[in-house]
Design a protein around this ligand. Structure first.
Ligand code: HEM
Length: 374
């Protein structure tokens, strides 16, 4: 496994980031990284304060859309994503999404997992394809177009990463156009009763069509890498720690999400000077919030470095906190648990695994090296 130089933006995909995070928490819970020109925060209380602060927003005000994609179809989608917006537009869509997600019937999850998990799918397909295919079913998309959607989703996520090349961004833009056309058709067709999309369209705070289309793409792309990472990290934990015979599998998935989260960090941008923990943050500053470090903060979770399925008071920032916290948390845990349960029921043992982490500034998403039967 690669052991590259560790620094805040390389830690997420580093083989062993957790002792580095512990040192940051103990020695400099908030500091300015001059090399990367970003504040770095690793303590849970400070991160929660920043996530709730009115002085911090999710995009730099002078760059609402990344400069590399301005003018493309990907930019049209990006600009409307709930995740990238603040204010009233964000609030209305957030409430509509939360209500619609709460109404989705998840009793059918085991059948959906069986439907999409073909006998010969390898670990990559298990982690990347199955969760999104299941989510797309719950959303209410026509299943026959699924392989195409999956390819477009995989291409579109490239525009969300600062590591993408020009070619990646060009593909993301083509994918955005294809997804917009496809979802326009879906919205004009008959939607399955009770699906997330049907619920959303009936909600009084459903956004306008352009915002809805962009956020349908957003729901699938938000979940694509994050859920693949959670499931992949569960397989690794299965090999390293095993599951309990007595505790529900959900507690295993929740402990993995806390202990080795797929989204290790997120960013905020300062819109007004303010002070925190003796540091003056100025308008325009960028902040990296290391959620994975916070989860193991002793003041947040006792014995945070222990993998303990029996925690009764588990706390986690893996799905964010405050106004931008993840509305898909419950669903993501349920989908991951259903897939893992099916995997174990089919005799999957997740071992011996070999993997490396996908290059990313914030995601911890394993790529399993030798193809395994799953
Ligand atoms: C393991 C899977 C997932 C993880 C770890 C995850 C994590 C996160 C995190 C950390 C945030 C907050 C980002 C921030 O505040 O900067 C977030 C936001 C969001 N997530 Fe998830 N997520 C997952 C799955 C999902 C799923 C399945 C959906 C859709 C059903 C979803 C939809 C969203 C949306 C729409 C937001 C933006 C919310 C807002 O800005 O108010 N996520 N997610």
């Amino acid at each position: 496994m690669a052991t590259t130089r560790i620094h805040p933006l390389a830690a997420a995909s580093h083989a062993h980031p957790y002792s580095y995070y512990a040192a940051l928490r103990d020695e400099a819970p908030i500091f300015f990284d001059a090399e990367h020109k970003i504040w770095v925060v690793s303590r849970a209380d400070l991160i929660m304060e920043l996530m709730q602060s009115p002085h911090c927003v999710v995009r730099p005000p002078n760059e609402p859309v990344p400069a590399a994609i301005v003018g493309s179809a990907a930019a049209e989608v990006f600009a409307r994503l709930i995740r990238m917006n603040e204010g009233q537009a964000h609030l209305h869509l957030k409430r509509a999404l939360q209500r619609s997600l709460a109404l989705v019937d998840t009793a059918c999850l085991p059948q959906l997992v069986k439907k999409w998990r073909s006998a010969e799918c390898d670990l990559h397909a298990l982690c990347h394809f199955v969760p999104v295919a299941v989510l797309a079913d719950l959303l209410g998309f026509a299943p026959d177009t699924r392989p195409e959607i999956m390819g477009w989703i995989a291409d579109f996520v490239a525009c969300l990463s600062p590591l993408s090349s020009e070619a990646d961004i060009a593909r993301a833009s083509v994918a955005a156009q294809c997804l917009l056309v496809h979802f326009t058709g879906v919205l004009e067709g008959d939607l399955p009763q009770g699906s997330l999309l049907a619920n959303l369209l009936q909600d009084s705070e459903c956004p306008d069509r352009q915002a809805l289309l962009a956020n349908l793409i957003g729901l699938l792309t938000q979940s694509y890498e994050a859920t693949a990472g959670l499931l992949g990290n569960c397989l690794i934990a299965l090999q390293q720690h095993g599951v309990s015979d007595t505790l529900p599998l959900t507690s295993f998935v929740e402990e993995v999400a806390r202990y080795d989260p797929p989204v290790q960090s997120t960013r905020r941008f300062v819109v007004q000077d303010f002070e925190i923990h003796g540091q003056l943050l100025r308008k325009g500053d960028a902040i990296l919030l290391i959620l994975a470090a916070a989860n193991r903060d002793a003041a947040f979770n006792a014995k945070g470095d222990d993998f303990a399925l029996s925690r009764t008071d588990r706390r986690s920032l893996s799905f964010g906190h405050g106004r931008h916290s993840c509305p898909g948390q419950v669903l993501a845990i349920k989908i991951t648990t259903a897939i893992l349960s099916d995997y174990l029921a089919q005799g999957g043992t997740a071992g011996p695994l070999q993997w490396m982490y996908q290059a990313s500034v914030n995601g911890r998403i394993p790529r399993f090296i030798s193809p395994q039967e799953c």
